[in-house]
Design a protein around this ligand. Structure first.
Ligand SMILES: [Zn+2]
Length: 152
């Protein structure tokens, strides 16, 4: 996904490119179309506030379908460390996981402090442009009564 930081620690994604719509597939592929799209997007948006989100999903298989696996964190750190535009924070990189329980977990790796941060307020826009809370990290936001959707 591609997006922008719209205010401090608040990101809005408005573009999605995917290699597969099959969320039951356990094979993660980062195909040539995605690589070319990413290269083009980065070239056009250096220091333009671009945020890239590398997302994948976990089907209901194995032990780690409800959250990120250790391998996910490792490959996410590698993607950050091995690409100078991400490493130097010219383009921000976040990770995303759609879990087997349909939560959408976003994570940010701060390479300066070598620490991970999670986003616990996640929203989607409906057809009327209203913000709808999305469940993440098992916090069941969308089921909370009086969820203040203007809170960021
Ligand atoms: Zn994973």
């Amino acid at each position: 996904m591609y997006g922008k930081e719209t205010s401090s620690n608040q990101i809005e994604f408005n573009e999605l490119i995917t290699s597969s719509k099959d969320r039951q597939n356990t094979f993660a592929s980062f195909n040539q179309i995605m690589i070319e799209s990413l290269q083009k997007k980065i070239a056009e948006n250096i220091q333009n506030g671009l945020v890239v989100c590398h997302g994948h999903s976990h089907p209901f298989i194995g032990s780690f379908h409800q959250n990120f696996s250790l391998g996910d964190f490792t490959s996410f750190m590698e993607m950050n460390e091995e690409n100078p535009v991400f490493k130097n924070r010219e383009v921000e990189l976040v990770g995303c996981l759609v879990t087997s329980s349909q939560d959408i977990n976003f994570v940010f790796y701060d390479n300066k402090y070598q620490d991970f941060y999670r986003f616990t307020n996640v929203f989607a826009r409906d057809q009327n442009n209203n913000l709808i809370p999305v469940n993440c990290y098992g916090l069941n936001q969308s089921e909370q009564p009086n969820n203040n959707i203007t809170r960021k």
